[in-house]
Design a protein around this ligand. Structure first.
Ligand code: WTA
Length: 631
């Protein structure tokens, strides 16, 4: 048995046992499947106190040699990347491993020609076009740290992220297509860069030929720059613990956190988890519908598949354009074998009726996956029966930006499945449930805080520029454990994720801190104070419910709505727009001035019969008016 591949339940059980008994040997065996320029001298060195986590110490590698160069001999002509454009009338692109390798080398040389080097941070703000993948890999090849920012974020959100990690360059495009829309991209970058002094270079890909402004000495067209460089670029030797990328994600307090991942451990785990969760076999066509702007796109559109010489499909558009059958048409067009999407997409498509699915055969599908939020029973059943035609296992993959890779999930059709349960931990992953006192819960069926008690290779190493925050958020609530922020329960060794236990809300699989949205809302001149909570939403999983107090004066609802929505769109982006805005004469506060969100959550959910203890409220009468004003 090759330790890298798990094909039976027996192999899974053996791997799991080995990983507990001798974790270092277990991970040594898996890491040996990759190409290292120099083998590591120490497998693991860790404590969760500081925290300090080093994997494969002393090892030298470049992840792009493992994603590309290593496959050239046997798989040079294998398709690495299929790109399906937004408009089905436009031609698709298929790139072999040899072609992708050349494209990455060229892009790397363009970056080098602008003086970008190992350790520099490079922001990438691009639509889902092949150059996004190529740009990410080019950064990795020269040792620059990529920080991909989802292209739906506003210019202000982009500027915040660029400034937080002082990026020296931005890779972007002129414009983008998304469904029926044609959106500006470069203009947003220009706006952001007004407040970013660190950026010296902007590389622009031509996508929609829109008329944009190029700033001389700063902006270059990629198609011109690539003419000037060679397509040979040796990969930069990287230490295992050198940073590979930063990806910003929301927490319960303050501004988004730059989660930092490193080269060696991330590579080992991204490749291993991809292979086994999706049971990828040569010749399969794998499609993950996420955007590269999120961790799912990093690990399971780009790195995981390419590390396995897989064929990965990248889709520029949206599931409902030109019609609601688009996903399924794409599955048939390419013969997709593994399909990986989010519950919010499943619910949205389910609501549009089975006919759209039934118009396609979907007969190549072998494994279907879900990620990003808990999947409800109804959506699970529909996904299994209508999309999977009753003969594809669902892999419900639980993980986080911070974990770098899938932690709890079924492995293709290996082992048992239970609707709405993410399943068993992957080998090497040691999740536990803790009670309020931080004691491990051993009984089944009891909800607890989901923590991980042993390091795994792709775990976050720090929050960029703020190690103390990393310690405080993840390693302090329950000393000795990594705290996920999720609640879960366990039955027969399988985990069911209940959802966040902190002030993070998960809207269509996107994470937002309530404080982050409140800060945005408070920037409206009409607002004095706000409180945001999540509430159950039939399609999005959670919706955003905003209670706001206004400046004195008469304001009509439309004026308030516009002002609040535009404040959010400006500071975060359309994706964080509140679904419901309720004007509140006052917010429920304790005598010490703390907003009691517990009560607001109940009001937003419409569960006002049992509000719990309200005796500590400064002014209990606000409750009545909040209930009356509920939307
Ligand atoms: C939630 C996305 C239930 C969870 C990969 C986690 C899930 C947060 C699942 C991380 C799942 C992710 N079932 N909940 N299969 N997958 N989550 O960082 O609350 O964008 O903490 O990573 O999404 O979101 P993130």
């Amino acid at each position: 048995m090759n330790a890298f591949e798990i094909s039976t339940l027996k192999e899974y059980n053996t791997a799991r046992e080995n990983s507990f008994e001798n974790p270092e040997t277990f991970w040594d065996d898996i890491a040996s499947n990759y190409q290292w320029q120099k083998r590591w001298s120490k497998t693991l060195n860790w404590n969760f106190k500081e925290p300090k986590i080093n994997w494969f110490q002393g090892g030298k590698l470049n992840i792009t040699e493992n994603c590309l160069d290593r496959h050239l001999k046997n798989n040079g002509e294998t398709i690495s990347l299929i790109w399906e454009p937004n408009n089905p009338e436009e031609s698709e692109i298929r790139m072999t491993y040899s072609e992708l390798h050349l494209a990455v080398c060229k892009f790397s040389n363009v970056l080098k020609s602008k003086g970008i080097k190992k350790g520099d941070r490079v922001a990438i703000y691009m639509p889902m076009i092949p150059e996004l993948t190529i740009g990410v890999l080019a950064c990795a090849r020269i040792g620059a740290i990529h920080s991909v920012v989802f292209a739906g974020f506003s210019s202000q959100a982009l500027a915040d992220r660029i400034n937080d990690s002082t990026c020296c360059a931005v890779l972007t495009s002129d414009g983008m297509y998304r469904g029926s829309k044609n959106l500006a991209v470069k203009t947003t970058v220009d706006q952001a860069l007004k407040s970013c002094t660190s950026v010296k270079t902007v590389v622009v890909i031509k996508r929609d030929n829109s008329d944009i402004k190029m700033t001389e000495t700063r902006d270059i067209w990629y198609h011109e720059a690539e003419q000037e460089v060679s397509d040979h670029c040796p990969a930069e030797p990287m230490d295992s613990e050198d940073m590979l990328f930063i990806l910003y994600t929301s927490g319960s307090t303050g501004k988004p956190k730059g989660i930092a991942h490193t080269c060696g451990g991330y590579m080992v785990y991204a490749g291993y988890s991809f292979k086994n969760v999706f049971q990828y076999q040569n010749g399969d066509i794998y499609w993950c519908t996420a955007d590269v702007g999120w961790i799912t796109g990093h690990s399971y559109i780009i790195y995981g598949p390419l590390l396995n010489s897989a064929t990965t499909l990248m889709f520029e558009g949206v599931p409902t354009w030109p019609n609601a059958g688009r996903f399924w048409e794409i599955c048939d067009k390419y013969g997709v074998t593994q399909f990986y999407t989010a519950p919010t997409a499943i619910r949205a498509l389910m609501a549009l009726g089975d006919k759209w699915v039934k118009a396609s055969s979907l007969n190549t599908l072998k494994v279907i996956g879900s990620v990003g939020e808990p999947i409800n029973k109804e959506a699970w059943d529909w996904y299994e029966k209508v999309v999977g035609r009753g003969n594809c296992p669902i892999v419900d993959t639980w993980w986080q930006t911070e974990t770098g890779g899938i932690m709890i999930s079924g492995l293709g059709n290996i082992g048992k499945q239970r609707a709405t349960f993410a399943g068993m931990p992957l080998p090497g992953i040691q999740p536990v449930l803790l009670d309020m006192d931080g004691k491990e819960i051993s009984d089944d069926g009891i909800e607890g805080y989901l923590c991980i008690k042993y390091p795994w290779p792709s775990m976050l190493r720090t929050i960029y520029g703020d190690h103390q925050r990393c310690k405080d958020v993840y390693f302090s609530n329950y000393p000795g454990y990594y705290f996920t922020g999720d609640g879960a329960k366990r039955e027969d060794g399988m985990f069911r994720i209940i959802g966040r236990v902190d002030d993070v809300i998960n809207v269509s699989g996107h994470r937002f801190g309530t404080a982050e949205i409140e800060n945005a809302i408070n920037s409206s001149t009409l607002v004095t104070e706000s409180a945001v909570v999540g509430y159950p939403h039939a399609i999005k999983g959670q919706g955003i419910y905003a209670f706001i107090s206004l400046e004195i004066g008469n304001h009509d609802d439309a004026e308030v709505n516009n002002s609040v929505v535009s404040a959010v769109v400006e500071s975060i982006g359309h994706i964080a727009k509140p679904d419901i805005i309720q004007i509140a004469p006052g917010l429920p506060k304790t005598r010490s001035g703390k907003i009691m969100r517990r009560i607001l959550r109940k009001i937003a959910e419409g569960k006002t019969e049992d509000l719990g203890d309200i005796s500590t409220l400064l002014d209990p009468s606000v409750i009545d008016s909040l209930i009356k004003g509920k939307k």
